[in-house]
Design a protein around this ligand. Structure first.
Ligand SMILES: Cc1cc2nc3c(=O)[nH]c(=O)nc-3n(C[C@H](O)[C@H](O)[C@H](O)COP(=O)(O)OP(=O)(O)OC[C@H]3O[C@@H](n4cnc5c(N)ncnc54)[C@H](O)[C@@H]3O)c2cc1C
Length: 511
């Protein structure tokens, strides 16, 4: 195939396409827009809205986060925090020096109350003891960072092996020991939500410590996370983002001609589901890893180099969903922030796999109590893995009925009124996401995330930087987060800017 040569030869100006209007794509577009080197910039977004996995919905007389919930590690080193602060989206408390200095180590705080399925509350002292054990072991996994060999392949197996040794030293009665294991099982379920995986047995041990936790007490956006992506959108020239334009195939390494651009040739041509074609010199792909996994065989023409395709197959991408329940009256105490659910007959040391329809709800970790609703009370449950994907197949009525029965059982109050309504996320069924976020799976390494981030063509033959890759799954240390996604978008925009280095030196945009 004939090469188009250097992009500098493009007579009508360089054409850049960004595929996906999540925070990575918007970040890349914001960095490039208005720059004289990129007079033609478009973001093609499959859905009717920008933000992707940042999705705030008006509901229950307030705002709920269907996707990203917290700014993890809100402090100076976090670009999402910085940008949100710049846009005036954060409150005094979130911005305070005190908040920014808190070191959580990435661990979730202790529950305010812990309910067991027999209807009794679990002693918070026992819960705290198990949290210390669990998170101590999680911290210990860092020992294996860059180790040539690990005793077991996964985080889950490591935790279980260590817990097994602790159990041998427990001197309490059988009932207490069983309860301790059940509480630990609840922490395993929580860690599955954090890692976006079905089981911690799927999460690779050696690279686990590479994920980096920034200082700062996780904070939320009082008016919704999407306020951030809305501000980013508003900063782009009108019509930069083309909505409801799902991309079907990215044809690259070619010499494409389009009737609308007589005399010009382009190395890339982006074909949309509706048949429209957009020629480009550079395409920044920011679609979620779940989408890439599903459409790997058809999304790139010619197909991706084998190594890159293999990295896409190997990196983990799982499901974490939220279930919001609206109550007229709270059944929890006014200062309650987190309700934990413990299933007394479960243990991380036993491999029980009951039928999903009978037991899916046992994977639910419990509920975060959402503040700031005027006249109603809202709980937000979290559930990961195959059980979460099964939940997506149920109707609202089925989920509401099931969780009403669960709550009546754990509170020991068979007359506890049913929630008024339910709202759920369904990230696995979402055709342009196909899950929640990525993790480094057994069989993959942080190197696979870097490999995914490498632009094409890899061998330097043909026009340079035809396809660039951004999105949370391409950030080696901040994968699965909004700040990782934003940084990845900036990284790829900078890659293009450096190809145009002389101009960039003169007029580099601030963001
Ligand atoms: C339930 C949940 C909770 C989370 N909680 C947090 C949290 O508390 N804190 C945190 O930091 N992160 C959290 N995350 C992760 C965070 O939301 C993501 O890491 C981040 O938003 C990803 O941004 P992105 O731009 O890489 O991808 P996305 O936001 O997914 O953007 C990709 C875009 O590409 C579009 N697209 C896909 N296919 C095509 C196509 N063929 N053609 C055109 N467009 C296409 C999609 O519609 C989407 O808009 C959470 C995610 C979920 C699902």
């Amino acid at each position: 195939m004939e090469s188009t040569g250097s992009v500098g030869e493009a007579p009508g100006g360089t054409r850049v396409l960004v595929v996906g209007g999540g925070i990575a794509g918007l970040g890349a577009a914001q960095r490039l827009c208005g720059h004289s080197a990129f007079p033609h910039l478009r973001v093609l977004e499959a859905t009717a809205r920008a933000g992707g996995r940042i999705r705030s919905e008006r509901c229950f007389g307030g705002v709920v986060e269907v996707g990203a919930h917290w700014i993890h590690g809100p402090s100076r080193g976090n670009p999402v925090f910085q940008l949100a602060a710049e846009y005036g989206l954060l409150g005094e408390k979130e911005l305070s020096e005190e908040n920014q200095l808190v070191e959580t180590g990435g661990h979730v705080g202790l529950p305010s109350v812990s309910y067991a399925n027999s209807g009794a509350s679990v002693s918070l002292q026992l819960v705290a003891e198990m949290a210390t054990l669990f998170y101590g072991l999680i911290d210990q996994t860092r020992e294996f960072l860059h180790a040539a060999e690990t005793p077991v392949p996964s985080v889950g197996e490591y935790l279980k092996k260590e817990i097994g040794q602790h159990v041998a030293g427990w001197t309490e009665d059988e009932e207490t020991r069983k309860l301790k294991l059940a509480v630990l099982n609840s922490f395993f379920n929580l860690e599955c939500c954090v890692s976006g995986t079905h089981s911690m047995d799927l999460v690779a041990l050696a690279p686990f410590g590479e994920y980096t936790v920034l200082p700062g007490l996780d904070c939320t956006f009082s008016k919704g996370y999407q306020g951030l992506t809305n501000c980013m959108m508003a900063a782009l020239p009108e019509d930069t983002v083309v909505f409801e334009k799902p991309v079907k195939t990215i044809h690259w390494n070619g010499s494409f001609q389009e009737a609308a651009f007589p005399g010009e040739t382009f190395p890339v041509s982006v074909e949309c589901e509706d048949g429209d074609r957009f020629p480009a010199h550079h395409v920044i792909v920011t679609v979620p890893l779940g989408f890439l996994k599903e459409h790997l065989d058809t999304f790139f023409d010619p197909p991706l180099p084998a190594e890159k395709a293999e990295a896409i197959r190997k990196i983990g991408f799982g499901t974490n969903n939220k279930i919001f329940l609206e109550f007229e009256e709270p059944f929890w105490e006014p200062d309650c922030q987190l309700i934990q659910l413990v299933w007394e007959d479960t243990s991380p040391l036993e491999d029980a796999a009951p039928e999903l329809q009978d037991a899916w709800f046992r994977k639910l970790i419990g509920f975060v109590v959402l503040p700031a609703f005027a006249s109603v009370h809202v709980l937000c449950g979290f559930i990961a893995g195959l059980e979460s994907e099964f939940m997506e197949t149920l109707s609202d009525e089925e989920v509401l009925l099931c969780l009403t029965q669960v709550l009546q059982r754990v509170t020991g109050n068979p007359r506890l009124p049913a929630p008024k309504s339910v709202l759920r996320s369904r990230w696995h069924s979402a055709p342009y996401t196909r899950g929640s976020y990525s993790y480094v799976a057994v069989g993959s390494t942080g190197g696979d995330l870097d490999l995914l981030a490498q632009p094409l063509p890899a061998d330097g033959a043909g026009a340079q930087l035809q396809i660039l890759f951004a999105g949370e799954a391409t950030h080696r240390t901040f994968y699965s987060t909004t700040h990782g996604a934003l940084l990845s978008g900036w990284r790829e925009a900078d890659r293009l800017l450096s190809l145009w280095a002389p101009q960039v030196q003169q007029s580099r945009p601030r963001l």
